[in-house]
Design a protein around this ligand. Structure first.
Ligand code: FRU
Length: 609
């Protein structure tokens, strides 16, 4: 990702390593785990020192003596791992103080004074967002700093793709959930904006959606961007917001919450349904493993119309982050509805994954297609371990249905070897429907067309070559840490397996095996590099070929710590994280059980221009 911040948040700072009784910060220790911090300086940021392994300190922000908000920060105790900025500019002209309750008490106030956070807290006018991580992807969206999970609230308006995301701006673990905001005109170059929606008295700001209201049905103005998210505190409820500046800032609807239910319900996804002239909202009834469908004339009053999913599809986890949209089935002239249903745990390879249902929708009720045995089949949108919370942009141009996922897995997202930021998004993909060999309709994920703009010169171009039992090796690009796109067509001919191995010179490797008999492609990352941070990380994932024919065309995107393998024009995709100690430098081909053939092997070095 090319990192640029808006002028107001931009530029940089020197992060002090040790500052005592910093200018502009008065510290008074009230007890062994309780400290009052008065902000007296006029710099833009109060810089908070974080120790990743510590527990959260609770910080009450007092403005003119009144509680404004509470944030949780892993304030450093014995050492500082990194810093996070608390923007004090909005409080200019007011008295600002923080009452801090740290997690563990000390034996005496004298000891508490020695905590690393009090020695290093300071004020600064700028905050350094330049990348300090070797695993940060170059062309995938990542937050400039802090934790990220689900993409959500995405909409396209006036030529700009808006992407919001579950963001903790105060640390690299899940906490303080806000809607972070980035935007792009091409889905490659992203610019991060200030937080769009921050926690309020109803709780943290969980996932949701945005829709543009051209007819002003909600009364927030013609073409207002209307958002709905889950306010999450003791209970989960749905809150409405609107924006008149294209999603830069949001107003909170005073009538919130607009939907409350007894059992956990979250991630509202709303869209306009033209045939009935109503808004439709799909809500994950998480613990009930079902999706609820509501309708409304104005986005404020919602009526529950139907439920879908009890007992259907994968059920071994909570249902989250729904999306519902209609698409043509190839060029058959038919149309079908797709219900995305993210699930965690219980995914195909453990932990989080996106399942989907194909069916029909009449504005009130979704009905899933069945297979030849009359059963509703379970279908997966991605056959990797690192693809979750996928939802689509509303109002995408050219009737496209463009989706993006969170490229991680709840099993280990907080343990991956990064710190300045945690998690990237998948590449944006356009969903297209096709008919499989079994007569079922499936969703293909086609890499966003603009991605070809990343290509530099082809470092490898081979029209055709045989793949035998001896290794055949080609070299991957060395520029930009080897970030690249690999394209090829594999014809297995008589071979049972075609084995393709990515490797570096310290022995890290990823083995992709096309089993032409089972008609599957597997991806083995058990020796891919750093794998020991979680026992759930080393894994083999496997994707099926869903249409007839033995030939397999592949498009593989490598971006420092991710590999996305698109097969047969996106008929399957496998997204997996990898943390190689050095970039993979070679790709080796080998066949088992006969000689195979590769056509049109092209490897492009990629870069952000
Ligand atoms: C999915 C999820 C959502 C929720 C959000 C909270 O990953 O659990 O259901 O809104 O994350 O961050």
């Amino acid at each position: 990702m090319k990192i640029t911040l808006k002028a107001t948040v931009a530029a940089m700072v020197l992060l002090p390593v040790s500052v005592t009784a910093a200018d502009g910060v008065d510290i008074e220790h009230l007890g062994t785990n309780n400290t009052l911090v008065r902000v007296t300086g006029d710099s833009k940021y109060l810089i908070l020192p974080v120790q990743e392994s510590n527990d959260d300190a609770r910080i009450n922000v007092l403005v003119d003596g009144k509680l404004d908000r509470t944030i949780n920060v892993r304030l450093a105790k014995s050492k500082v791992d990194y810093y996070v900025p608390f923007d004090v500019e909005p409080y200019k002209g007011h008295s600002l103080a923080l009452t801090v309750t740290t997690s563990q008490g000390r034996n005496s106030v004298r000891e508490a004074k020695d905590d690393a956070c009090w020695k290093n807290i300071c004020m600064a006018d700028t905050f350094d967002v330049s990348n300090r991580e070797k695993y940060r992807p170059a062309y995938h969206h990542t937050p400039l700093y802090g934790w990220m999970n689900d993409p959500n609230g995405m909409f396209y308006k006036d030529g700009v793709w808006h992407l919001y995301f579950q963001h903790n701006p105060f640390g690299s673990k899940w906490q303080n959930l806000s809607w972070g905001h980035s935007s792009s005109t091409d889905l490659i170059h992203w610019k991060q904006h200030p937080e769009a929606i921050e926690p309020d008295g109803l709780g943290m700001v969980f996932s949701g959606s945005c829709a543009i209201d051209p007819k002003n049905t909600a009364g927030f103005g013609e073409n207002a961007v209307v958002g709905m998210y889950t306010s999450a505190d003791v209970s989960q409820m749905q809150s409405l917001v609107w924006s008149r500046d294209n999603g830069e800032t949001f107003e909170i609807y005073p009538g919130n919450p607009v939907i409350t239910l007894e059992s956990e319900a979250r991630d509202p996804n709303m869209f306009w349904y033209e045939p009935t002239g109503e808004w439709v909202l799909v809500l994950a009834h998480a613990l009930e493993h079902e999706m609820l469908v509501f309708t409304s004339p104005d986005m404020k009053d919602w009526t529950l119309r139907s439920r879908f999913g009890k007992g259907l599809g994968a059920q071994d986890g909570v249902w989250e982050c729904p999306d519902l949209f209609e698409l043509p089935v190839g060029d058959t002239g038919r149309k079908k509805w797709v219900l995305l249903c993210n699930l965690n745990p219980g995914g195909i390879f453990g932990g989080s994954a996106t399942q989907y249902f194909i069916g029909d929708f009449d504005g009130r009720q979704f009905t899933a297609d069945t297979d030849a045995d009359g059963k509703v089949p379970t279908k997966w949108l991605d056959y990797g371990k690192d693809h979750y919370a996928t939802v689509s942009w509303s109002d995408a141009p050219d009737d496209r249905r463009t989706v993006i996922g969170w490229m991680s897995n709840w099993q280990y997202a907080a343990e991956v070897p990064t710190m300045q930021y945690r998690s990237a998004n998948t590449l944006p993909r356009d969903i297209e429907l096709f008919e499989g060999a079994d007569g079922q309709i499936y969703a293909a994920s086609v890499p966003s067309p603009k991605l070809t703009a990343l290509r530099d010169k082809a470092v490898v171009k081979r029209a055709k070559f045989n793949i035998g039992t001896k290794n055949k090796t080609v070299y991957l690009p060395t520029a930009n840490d080897g970030i690249c796109e690999i394209i090829m067509d594999i014809n297995p001919k008589k071979a049972q397996n075609v084995v393709m191995t990515l490797r570096n010179d310290v022995g890290d490797n990823v083995v992709m095996t096309y089993d032409a008999v089972a008609r599957t492609l597997s991806f083995d990352r058990r020796e891919s590099g750093e794998v020991g941070f979680s026992q759930e990380f080393p894994a083999v994932t496997e994707a099926p070929l869903l249409t007839d024919g033995d030939n397999l065309s592949l498009r593989i995107f490598i971006d420092r710590s991710s590999i996305e393998v698109f097969g047969n024009n996106g008929q399957f995709v496998m997204t997996n994280l990898v943390f190689p100690n050095k970039p993979y430098s070679t790709l080796t081909f080998r066949a088992e059980g006969g000689t195979a053939k590769a056509d049109n092997l092209t490897i492009y070095s990629l870069s952000i221009k």
